[in-house]
Design a protein around this ligand. Structure first.
Ligand code: DGL
Length: 261
């Protein structure tokens, strides 16, 4: 079983990307809606919540874990991958790898929650891969609530995206990492505002692709995973509004089950 961990329902973009690539694989999703959003929290809290979320997914029978949440990946990724001896995938590395591969060197932009940007984790990873890379980043804290409100076509959303992207646009980046589970939902607006010559990297599809490639190259792990196409979605709190927001991020109706956590 593939375990997918998120701070809430944004990580359903990753669940969707995984189920598009690995439709038969059994998956269990956990969104920590009682404690999320993580994007404004400290590293200590996010690490603690991430460890607890992974424990839950292991108890449900996960043999591999995907940390869908960029904030958890940046703030807790290294610590948790060291702690468990099963494959754990985080969202930062695959997106950073693709950015250095496709950037034509005029600059890589990163957008994410405040915690993602303040952590500097994307810059660090990109510079490890290419020490000459020019990286500029911008925190976009209003985009998560706008997506969860379903404000996908509002002029206010377009205006806010434009304002957030302005500092990256003036620095003439050629590649932009959408380092947040929710941003793929705003992809069209982001592309329009940053300009069509900038390549967008969607961290939900890059991590899903990394998992697919890993399983192809590691049949010993692949053989452990059930392939009956069963999926379960758990959250630590549930409201009518969350059900609607989950439909926006998953792209179709999804049955969320609330668990004590
Ligand atoms: N899932 C988070 C991320 O990708 C966004 C929501 C939150 O702040 O928890 O960074």
């Amino acid at each position: 079983m593939i375990g997918i961990l998120d701070s809430g329902i944004g990580g359903l973009t990753v669940a969707r990307a995984l189920s598009d690539r690995l439709p038969d694989y059994n998956m269990v999703f956990f969104g920590d809606t009682a404690r999320g959003p993580y994007g404004s929290k400290s590293a200590e809290i996010v690490t603690d919540c991430t460890l607890r979320g992974i424990d839950f997914l292991l108890n449900r029978g996960s043999e591999i874990i995907v940390i869908a949440c960029n904030t958890a990946s940046c703030l807790a990724g290294e610590r948790v991958t060291e702690r468990f001896d099963i494959p754990i995938f985080e969202a930062v590395t695959p997106a950073a790898e693709l950015s250095v591969e496709i950037s034509e060197k005029s600059g890589i932009g990163v957008i994410g929650t405040r915690a993602v940007i303040d952590s500097g984790a994307y810059e660090k990873k990109i510079r490890e891969l290419d020490p000459r890379a020019r990286v500029c980043s911008a925190a976009c804290p209003l985009l998560v609530p706008l997506v969860e409100e379903g404000w996908l076509r509002k002029p206010e959303t377009r205006m806010i995206v434009k304002k957030y992207l302005h500092p990256l646009k003036v620095r003439q980046i050629d590649t932009l990492i959408m380092g947040c589970t929710h941003y793929p939902i705003l992809k069209k607006i982001i592309q329009r505002k940053i300009g069509k010559r900038v390549s967008l990297i969607d961290s939900s599809t890059t991590v899903a692709e990394k998992v697919r490639q890993f399983l192809e190259q590691h049949p010993e792990t692949d053989d452990l995973l059930g392939k009956e196409g069963e999926t379960e979605f758990f959250v630590s709190d549930l409201t009518e509004h969350l059900k609607k927001a989950a439909k926006v991020t998953f792209g179709r109706n999804v049955l969320l089950k609330r668990i004590e956590h």
